[in-house]
Design a protein around this ligand. Structure first.
Ligand code: DP6
Length: 362
């Protein structure tokens, strides 16, 4: 959709070397993206809250190199100041895949310095923050070199599109407060190609939500998200699941519009359990949650029943539990976490996060 052979540098008038830096956050899905087809296209629309504290800083340095643009991308990559071959290879493959969108990348020497605000080994997924930060750097680079992304909405849309090609969920990290990815008649302008902002469609209390991430295990997952998506292709429950996600999105958008916390919380938890039920009920069944994940889930439900406080859990494709709750009860909930839940976390580790305003250029 963004292929553009005109984005080529004029070697008789080469650009000065420069650098661009973006900080981009992770996001937590309320309606989950699970199952994809084609080139990173989702089987159902998903909706997420944009986080603030779990983020990636990426600096992209560039210098013109007088090479024909048919050669490979020239890339060095440093993760927390260390050359990192695994991340370099992944990033290189991604940049190579953008040859038709950004043919000028092959005319540059690129150096990426990247790092996360959370410990690398914390078991927190970083693909959303990392790929969105890189995509934003690429859009800023395009605009710097060609002046073609002056319109903010178009800049964000293209950044979201490019982030999606790196990691599906990353396309939702571009926008403040909340984002929707996937075409649905419920939100005009929504698309499978990029996410759209929906912060304006939700009650203000959701902009003041917390997401404390209880790190149950930092072990590498037995099945990656990529492999998990692929296993949906022959999951016997796939079609009803995709229909269910659409119905839940409808109910969620109404609840988030009106500030109906109870309905929001029910959908959040149902989605988390459905995601893991899909993993358990496929033809190649697998389990990512741990006994401590379940212990936390049970304690959260007991706490809610006993106190009436609107605290809800959700899960990504892993064992860590996210606790979602409004900002006005932060003190009580943090005490509950400390007294009862931290004991289920690896080394008692909890990553405190909250809904944020989206990426920023540094
Ligand atoms: C369970 O975005 O990590 O977190 O597109 O293959 O990179 P790829 O997958 P990824 O999948 C995330 C799945 C999820 C739910 C969600 O974030 O919507």
């Amino acid at each position: 959709m963004y292929e553009n052979p005109r984005l080529i540098l004029d070697s008789s008038n080469p650009p000065e070397p420069g650098a661009i830096t973006w900080r981009s956050p992770s996001n937590i899905a309320i309606i989950k993206y699970w199952g994809k087809h084609g080139v990173q296209l989702p089987r159902n629309p998903s909706l997420s809250l944009t986080l603030a504290a779990s983020c990636t800083d990426t600096r992209l340095e560039y210098a013109f190199r007088d090479e024909a643009h048919g050669g490979p991308v020239d890339l060095d990559l440093y993760f927390h100041q260390q050359a990192n071959e695994a991340f370099r290879a992944k990033t290189l493959a991604y940049l190579e895949s953008l040859a038709a969108v950004y043919p000028f990348l092959k005319q540059l020497k690129l150096t990426v310095h990247t790092g996360n605000s959370f410990p690398h080994s914390a078991g927190i997924a970083s693909s959303a923050s990392a790929m969105s930060a890189l995509a934003l750097c690429l859009c800023s680079l395009e605009d710097k070199l060609f002046g073609t992304l002056q319109d903010t909405a178009e800049f964000d849309r293209k950044a979201s599109y490019l982030a999606r090609l790196g990691s599906g969920s990353a396309c939702r990290s571009i926008f403040p407060y909340a984002a929707l990815w996937g075409e649905t008649a419920l939100v005009p302008g929504s698309s499978n190609e990029f996410a759209v902002p929906v912060g304006d469609l939700i009650h203000e209390q959701f902009r003041d939500f917390h997401d404390d991430i209880l790190i149950v295990s930092t072990e590498e997952k037995a099945v990656s998200s990529r492999a998990g998506h692929a296993l949906m292709d022959d999951n016997p429950f796939a079609e009803p699941r995709y229909a269910q996600a659409r119905q839940r999105l409808d109910a969620l958008l109404s609840a988030m519009r009106t500030g109906d916390l109870e309905t929001f919380g029910k959908i959040v938890e149902d989605e988390a359990l459905t995601l893991h039920a899909l993993m358990m009920s496929g033809n190649s069944s697998y389990l990512l949650i741990k006994p401590d994940s379940l212990a936390i889930i049970e304690k959260v439900r007991e706490y809610r029943a006993a106190t009436g406080q609107p605290v809800y859990f959700t899960l990504d494709a892993g064992p860590n539990v996210h606790l979602l709750y409004p900002g006005n009860i932060v003190h009580e909930v943090r005490k509950f976490i400390e007294d009862e839940l931290a004991e289920h976390c690896e080394n008692g580790y909890v990553q405190q996060d909250w809904v944020g305003e989206g990426p920023e250029e540094l």
